[in-house]
Design a protein around this ligand. Structure first.
Ligand code: HEM
Ligand code: HEM
Length: 177
């Protein structure tokens, strides 16, 4: 179960790849929102953005706690840049859904992802600072997360093919050579 010095634990790997798939889905929904706003595809995909974003928030929290629990057993970072890059990914993975949920709460509208009554909503004025924080930064930081994640995936592949430390095998042990 634990991570070894050579690769991440099974649970860490499932979290990493499962969440990578969910983030990919989130960016597909946002791309459709920007590029095809009046399409049938939009009507099907966009409604999944909020509930799956809320699910990702939960998974991010689990992943953060798990990373702290396992901290000492994980493979060491290959460089300071890699270590800072992973920390920045964590910061964005937290900030992006937190800002959206803050806006959702502040709007006063009820929110029940997957039928679970997470926010009951309230009467009266919206809470300005919450809606403003979300509107100003959720999308912006969301796109930044996309750029960082693409750079991150690119670096992992580059490390493997440039004959450097094969970090990809840390997340996909059967690639180890
Ligand atoms: C955790 C993963 C999430 C990611 C990666 C993400 C990403 C994004 C991105 C990149 C945009 C910008 C689209 C544009 O420029 O038009 C966006 C918009 C939006 N997101 Fe998310 N989102 C996430 C979670 C959430 C959650 C949890 C909610 C609500 C509960 C939410 C609600 C919205 C809404 C209403 C918009 C349209 C308004 C705006 O651009 O801010 N998102 N999201
Ligand atoms: C095809 C896409 C991806 C590939 C090929 C990939 C590859 C990897 C590899 C090889 C590692 C281990 C690096 C090392 O130990 O030095 C890693 C770790 C990590 N990756 Fe990815 N990744 C991808 C997508 C993502 C996405 C979408 C996110 C976040 C939005 C992400 C966040 C992280 C984080 C935070 C770590 C540090 C270990 C952890 O806490 O889980 N990755 N990734």
């Amino acid at each position: 179960m634990d991570s070894t010095g050579f690769h991440y634990s099974r649970f860490s790997r499932h979290l990493h790849w499962g969440m990578a798939a969910l983030f990919t889905w989130m960016f597909i929904t946002t791309a459709v929102r920007v590029l095809l706003p009046d399409s049938a595809l939009y009507d099907v995909l966009w409604p999944t953005h909020r509930p799956l974003g809320a699910l990702l928030m939960l998974l991010v929290a689990v992943r953060l706690v798990w990373a702290l629990v396992e901290r000492s057993g994980r493979p060491p970072s290959v460089s300071l840049a890699a270590s800072l890059g992973h920390k920045a990914l964590y910061a964005l993975m937290v900030a992006v859904p937190v800002l959206a949920l803050l806006r959702q709460y502040g709007s006063g509208r009820a929110f029940s992802p997957f039928g679970i009554p997470l926010m009951p909503g309230f009467e009266g004025e919206a809470i300005e600072w919450m809606t403003a924080a979300g509107s100003n930064f959720h999308g912006l930081l969301g796109w930044m997360l996309l750029v960082m994640a693409l750079g991150h995936a690119g670096m992992a592949i580059w490390h493997r093919h440039a004959g450097e430390e094969d970090v990809l095998a840390r997340m996909v042990p059967r690639l180890g050579r």
